[in-house]
Design a protein around this ligand. Structure first.
Ligand code: PMP
Length: 387
């Protein structure tokens, strides 16, 4: 097969259709989806309102025009994102993906500060383009080539004040480290960072690619941390499956970009129509509070029933299950076995974590309580089979 990369399961899983929180495979089986397209499908599959918004846009004949013309849906989406950003007089631009958004945010803060060093966090994941990868604090993703610019990775113990100087463009952090296995940053850590950064004029960039749009039980993940970011990077869930990402930030930081174009396809009419519908649906259907409530239910039930070799972590509907062996060491083999067993039982989950020992759960925010309970039963049974 020419297709790359190799896929996670021992036998390929070919998806042919979706409805609600279920995916249908070519083998005729239905799967309950607790992976949500890696935190993308906020409204699940075949959502009638999302379908209508995108179909109407398609029918208008304009699926792409130019980022140099005004397109009403894109303007409205920018307003909606800015209004919810918590950043006064915010400006917004759109990209096609999370990596591209991280990259553009890095360009902006570098220009704004006239500096190139970036502070990032151990265990982070920011994407696979060179700049985003350089800020990714996981050796397994980094590979063996040298970074294109200096990055200092912070752990819990590192004193930030020793690092902040005129050579620093920004600090970038995820409120919950998704790829690392849904690990929330410790309470007070981001706040502590901002207390040092703000007086030095160094922007705080929060990467909300996984945590945005209500997933953690608040609109943004940063809201759990009592901080005011200067720049927010977003993607994934906003399009509900359509490719969109972007940056919302203090206007003077975005204005520092030397040329006004970011991305040919960024915020194109189809993606903007989808994004606008998703933002409205999340609000109209009360999905932020719903994600918080169902996340607590899931975390509680799984924590209670999975046994002492599985630790449940995360926030809202961004959860991880970290497996350890009897000696307390990360158990990647057990995680992989449970991942496969879940599929066998009709449940799709993600696999990851810095030590490869985590299952990752990020179902659509439209998950029902019944589906949450059903997924819990399947997970409990899968862990029991593999332990
Ligand atoms: N930032 C975070 C926090 C992510 O989880 C990801 C994707 N997993 C990215 C950035 C990169 O996004 P994309 O894959 O859309 O380029």
């Amino acid at each position: 097969m020419a297709h790359w990369p190799p896929l996670f399961y021992s036998a390929p899983l070919e998806i042919v259709a979706g409805e609600g929180r279920e995916l249908m495979a070519a083998d005729g089986r239905r799967y309950l989806d607790f992976y949500g397209g890696v935190a993308v499908n906020l409204l699940g599959y075949a959502d009638p309102e999302l379908d209508k918004a995108v179909s109407e846009q398609m029918a208008s004949g304009v699926v792409h025009c130019s980022t140099f013309y005004l397109h009403r849906k894109q303007v409205e989406l920018a307003e909606a994102v800015a209004a919810r950003s918590g950043i006064p007089d915010a400006a917004v631009f759109f990209t096609t993906s999370g990596s591209e958004a991280v990259e553009a945010a890095l360009l902006a803060v570098r220009e704004f500060r006239g500096a190139e060093r970036v502070l990032a966090v151990e265990g982070s994941y920011h994407g696979r383009t060179l700049g985003a990868l350089a800020c990714t604090g996981q050796p397994a993703w980094q590979g063996r080539v040298r970074n294109p610019f200096p990055v200092t990775f912070l752990d819990e113990r590192r004193d930030l004040s020793a690092e902040v100087g005129d050579d620093v463009a920004a600090l970038i952090a995820e409120p919950v480290q998704g790829v690392a296995g849904a690990v929330p940053l410790a309470r007070g850590r981001l706040r502590g960072y901002q207390d040092v950064l703000a007086p030095a004029g160094v922007p705080l960039v929060v990467d909300e690619v996984q945590t945005g749009w209500g997933r953690t039980g608040r609109w943004w993940g940063y809201e759990w941390h009592d901080v005011r970011p200067d720049v927010i990077v977003f993607a994934k869930g906003l399009g509900g499956g359509f490719t969109i990402g972007g940056v919302v930030g203090r206007r003077e930081i975005l204005d520092a970009l030397p040329m006004p174009s970011i991305s040919t396809f960024g915020g194109g009419p189809l993606a903007a129509a989808a994004g606008l519908r998703v933002v409205q649906a999340v609000e109209e259907r009360g999905l932020v509070a719903h994600a918080g409530r169902l996340g607590r239910l899931l975390a509680h039930e799984l924590g209670r029933r999975l046994g002492d070799r599985a630790r449940v972590q995360g926030q809202g509907l961004l959860l991880g299950i970290a497996f350890h062996d009897a000696a307390g060491e990360p158990d990647a083999a057990l995680a992989a076995a449970v991942h496969e067993e879940c599929r066998h039982r009709g449940l799709l989950v993600g696999l990851g974590g810095t030590a490869g020992n985590c299952l990752r759960l990020m179902p659509p925010l439209t998950l029902t309580e019944e589906e949450a309970r059903c997924g819990t039963e399947l997970l409990v049974a899968a862990v029991a089979t593999c332990s």
